[in-house]
Design a protein around this ligand. Structure first.
Ligand code: ZN
Length: 203
């Protein structure tokens, strides 16, 4: 058997700040680069993409997605990441990323439907499609992107500065630079090591 040279896997990072309220942040962070290991992609296979959608309440349990669904999600993720990067840097977004988000927005209606029942009376009811499940998930994620980048949290959207981490997060305070305590600790440890060894100090 081939000897593994990989470092032991760390437990998964907790969701980055903003991820709990913005599924699009979770989408952007669904591929994670961890130091000394292979990137971990939660959408790599149809089974993993299905699990991710169900966990994020974007698809009903028991559904089975196809390969093309997984590919569509990964494609949207790619564009959301470049759009979030532009938001974080305050630069013009790539036209192709903007188009991809807008295409996803209009794939299928996401508006809550009007419902009535004898106990609850009138209410708005989240649609639970039984077809076009991936289209509905893509549209819901795109709605969240649009709300995030035009809302009050937009200027707090940032990329983690603790390379090689590639996660986005919504800053909980203006000076926050890292997505997690683990990333902050890693940067501080690298700085301390650089000071002791006289090597250039990492940012
Ligand atoms: Zn990080």
């Amino acid at each position: 058997m081939e000897q593994s040279t990989r470092t032991p896997a760390l437990p998964p990072l907790p969701p980055a700040p903003g991820g709990q309220t913005h599924p699009s942040v979770e989408l952007a962070n669904s591929v994670v680069v961890v130091p000394g290991a292979e990137p971990v992609d939660s959408l790599a296979t149809p089974a993993e993409a299905t699990r991710w959608l169900v966990e994020h309440d974007l698809a009903p349990a028991g559904v089975e997605l196809q390969q093309y669904c997984s590919a569509l999600l990964m494609d949207l993720r790619h564009h959301v990441r470049s759009l979030f990067g532009a938001v974080g840097d305050g630069t013009e977004p790539p036209a192709v990323a903007l188009r991809a988000v807008n295409d996803a927005l209009v794939r299928t209606p996401t508006a809550a439907l009007l419902g009535w029942d004898p106990q609850a009376g009138w209410q708005r009811v989240a649609p639970h499609p039984t077809t076009q499940i991936v289209e509905h998930a893509l549209a819901s994620l795109a709605v969240d992107v649009a709300e995030l980048v035009t809302g009050p949290e937009a200027d707090r959207l940032a990329a983690c500065e603790a390379a090689p981490c590639n996660r986005f997060f919504v800053r909980t305070h203006a000076r926050r630079r890292w997505c997690s305590t683990r990333c902050g600790d890693r940067v501080r440890a690298a700085r301390a090591y650089a000071r002791r060894s006289g090597a250039p100090t990492p940012a």
